[in-house]
Design a protein around this ligand. Structure first.
Ligand code: TGC
Ligand code: FAD
Length: 390
């Protein structure tokens, strides 16, 4: 099967170097060969394609912008192009890779002890171990600072009690990065290993979104966590929020990929579907308007992603830049999916085409990692100097 040609209206590729194009091509081919042929079935059946985990590891996609421990050490732009292609396949696939790299490997890499890094990073990088990130609780989503999960020090252990909800890869994970408050009310990160007595997981069923992704609840009932499983390098909400910067950045690119898949599907469909005077629907002005909107917004999304990526590579990307990228590009992708669904008419609602799957997935992406409105408020605080959260 020839690989996806990409969407490049303004010679975007002239801004990329050879390494970046190679990473994109590798991810593109992987998605075309391994994901596209099976994803509708997984989505329909509500299963994650677990057999691909070692292959994703071999390709260097886990923790790809980290250095050492077997990680690929890619630039942030190359990393973003990879997440773009993965999400062109499915947001659930990109989610799995984002969680593993940005939300599990990154905190161990940035805040972990040498022993924690040696134990977990090579295994997570290769896909021999799976991780999850537990921040959200049933009562605390947008406001994680209110969390109820508690870790009380007792001898050489912490006794962990509480519940986390909506956790990607939760029941698959060998290790959960869990954020909890200690007795001084400060948030700390803990590595909770599968099989720890009192640690339970269950899966969320009945999702109409991210069906090819495992979403779980986690509960901790008097779990004894050895002191050496505390992440020593960070205290406070800036720990988990620092991880979210990494993951939100990858989502900003990933959303462009989902938008590209929908736009390309709608464009091909509009050129062949005929209505009125045996003319392709692409010849009708209202259809062209939708396609023109999509390509324009995709181009703007690509340029924003590239610029924030270049800033990040220079260590100059602020959290509010990343919020703008996540907020804008996910909203753009969702609207692109909706317009594509419209162009496909009745065919748009069935899984012979990818658009409704992407549209439903993007509803989750719009909400997780900070809802669209939370990102507006982060930008609002940056430009006014006034927090809307107090
Ligand atoms: P606030 O008082 O503003 O800040 C508390 C401390 O955190 C620092 N900080 C950050 N540090 C690093 N990066 C950021 N983006 C940061 N934002 C704030 C801040 O400087 C302060 O540090 P310190 O040392 O002075 O204490 O905190 P707040 O309680 O007012 O909350 C701010 C708010 C609302 C922006 C934050 O809570 C937020 O972002 N809420 C959204 C929650 C969220 O995004 N949850 C995501 C859960 S994980 C997930 O969804 C994974 S989906 C995975 C997938 O499948 O792909
Ligand atoms: P709420 O916070 O209750 O928000 C509901 C509505 O109120 C939203 O529209 C929101 O914008 C609005 N709102 C809230 N506060 C304000 C305000 N101050 N001003 C204006 N409007 C406001 N979490 C993890 O920790 N790990 C994961 O791996 C993970 N994976 C996920 C996977 C999926 C498929 C989903 C759907 C969620 C996942 N989450 C995960 C949870 C996700 O991060 C939360 O759903 C998200 O942060 C929003 O929290 P909430 O759902 O409780 O919504």
């Amino acid at each position: 099967m020839p690989s996806f040609p990409g969407v490049d209206f303004i010679d975007f590729d002239s801004q990329l170097n050879d390494e970046e194009k190679l990473v994109r091509q590798t991810a593109r081919q992987f998605v075309d060969n391994e994901i596209i042929p099976i994803i509708e079935k997984h989505s329909r059946e509500g299963t994650f394609p677990k057999h691909l985990i070692p292959l994703l590891g071999e390709l260097g996609f886990f923790g790809a912008n980290l250095h050492g421990y077997g990680c690929a050490g890619m630039s942030n732009v190359a990393y973003g192009l990879m997440t773009q292609e993965l999400e062109r396949g499915d947001s659930g696939l990109r989610s799995f890779v984002s969680v593993q790299g940005a939300l599990v490997m990154y905190p161990i890499y940035s805040f972990g002890s040498d022993a924690q890094k040696e134990k977990w990073l090579p295994r997570l990088q290769s896909g021999n171990a799976v991780g999850c990130f537990g921040l959200t609780e049933p009562q605390f989503g947008s406001n994680p600072g209110g969390m109820l999960t508690r870790a009380v020090k007792k001898g050489g252990q912490y006794i962990l009690n509480g519940e986390k909800m909506w956790i990607t890869s939760g029941s698959l994970a060998d290790v959960a990065v869990v954020w909890a408050k200690t007795e001084d009310e400060k948030i700390r990160g803990f590595l909770v290993e599968k099989g720890t007595p009192g640690f339970k997981t269950w899966d969320v069923h009945g999702k109409w979104s991210l069906r090819a992704s495992v979403t779980s609840g986690l509960s901790f009932g008097d779990c004894a966590i050895p002191e050496e499983n505390l992440l020593p390098g960070v205290t406070g909400l800036r720990g988990p929020l620092g991880c979210l910067n990494q993951a939100r950045y990858g989502i900003g690119w990933g959303a462009v990929g989902a938008a590209m898949a929908c736009y390309d599907t709608a464009l091909q469909y509009a050129k062949t579907r005929k209505q009125f005077a045996n003319k392709p629907i692409a010849s009708h002005q209202l259809v062209q308007e939708k396609l023109a909107w999509m390509i324009t917004e995709i181009v703007k999304g690509q340029l924003l992603a590239l610029h924030v990526g270049r800033l990040k590579d220079k260590g100059k990307a602020d959290a509010s830049h990343i919020s703008m990228l996540k907020m804008n590009n996910v909203a753009m992708a969702l609207e692109t999916a909706r317009k594509s669904r419209d162009i496909l008419g009745a065919n748009g609602i069935v899984d012979d085409y990818c658009v409704m799957r992407h549209m439903n997935n993007l509803e989750s992406v719009y909400t997780y990692e900070g809802t669209n409105d939370i990102h507006k408020l982060i930008i609002g605080e940056k430009i006014t100097g006034i927090s809307a959260f107090v």
